[in-house]
Design a protein around this ligand. Structure first.
Ligand code: G3H
Ligand code: ZN
Length: 285
């Protein structure tokens, strides 16, 4: 059934566990995430990023409708989340399409601008009952130096700045930069567990790990033990999808029916989802 991200995150936090949130681009991603979650079984978040919406011609509604319908018919709780939103116009569509949460991403901006933009997004989201996540990951954002991209491998969230940011913005969860980076195709990221400990002591909101595809299993479970409550996974599904299609077509250069390669692609993504949920120890509690 369709549930809310806030509900899943609150339950995970109470159990000192984490909820996995998977990025979906196609209908096959949606089906694979739900099938993987049902096979464990575990609750799951389906997230659609602004980049994915751009890929779909700027239209959120068709994929959102499919995801909501799939969630309603799932055997496990499924929540819908709008991910890495920079556009206000897209942010404002979230509530109308069945999404219960958004990640508003102004982390590229200098601190004061990130805070102001995030606070406006929080006011808007809370007025509509939406759970909202934001991101603070710059270093060198002060002293007039330009901020690092929030997910550059060297970027780190400063605990004192994060405490002020959470208090002043009113966000429900914070994405933190502790060593992961987006779009890694190998699991080789090293997380800064000492920093995570400081962040988790300084902040009373759930912490979110982005770029989790590049994080080794042991690092991931240590991060959850250290206070990460939402784990975002995207690229691992695309590695599985593309690898399966590449192998399928290499063996069958004459193939034309997409159902052949999309079937193996969806199965490969389903296995990747189940694997991630098993690493996280996710269960229906
Ligand atoms: O918000 C999305 C996640 O941070 C996904 O990152 O594609 O590197 O796993 P990833
Ligand atoms: Zn991310």
């Amino acid at each position: 059934p369709l549930t809310t991200t806030g509900e899943l995150v609150t339950r995970a936090a109470a159990a000192r566990a984490a909820v996995a949130s998977f990025n979906v681009i196609t209908l096959e991603h949606v089906e694979a995430v739900i099938a993987g979650a049902e096979s464990v079984p575990a609750p799951v978040v389906l997230q659609v990023s602004e980049n994915a919406v751009r890929f779909r011609g700027g239209r959120l509604l068709p994929l959102a409708r499919a995801a909501v319908t799939a969630a309603e018919h799932a055997d496990v709780p499924v929540a819908l989340h709008l991910d890495h939103v920079q556009s206000e116009a897209l942010l404002h569509q979230a509530a109308d399409v069945g999404f219960s949460s958004v990640m508003y991403d102004a982390a590229r901006l200098p601190y004061a601008e990130n805070l102001a933009a995030t606070r406006a997004a929080v006011d808007w989201a809370h007025a509509r009952g939406l759970w909202i996540e934001a991101e603070l990951g710059q270093i060198g954002g002060k002293n007039g130096r330009p901020p690092l991209d929030a997910h550059a491998p060297g970027a780190r969230t400063d605990p004192d700045e994060a405490r002020d940011f959470v208090a002043d913005s009113g966000v429900d969860a914070l994405a933190v930069a502790i060593g992961s980076a987006h779009a890694m195709t190998t699991r080789t990221a090293a997380l800064d567990h000492a920093l995570l400990k400081q962040l988790s002591a300084a902040l009373d909101v759930p912490l979110v790990l982005h770029g989790s595809s590049g994080v080794p299993d042991g690092e991931l479970t240590a991060a959850v033990a250290g206070g990460i409550t939402k784990v975002n996974i995207g690229t691992a599904l695309n590695v599985a999808l593309t690898g399966a299609i590449r192998d399928f077509l290499a063996d069958r250069p004459e193939a034309v029916d997409p159902r052949g390669y999309l079937t193996v692609a969806r199965e490969a993504m389903t296995r990747a989802v189940a694997r991630a949920l098993q690493v996280l120890g996710a269960t229906i509690a």
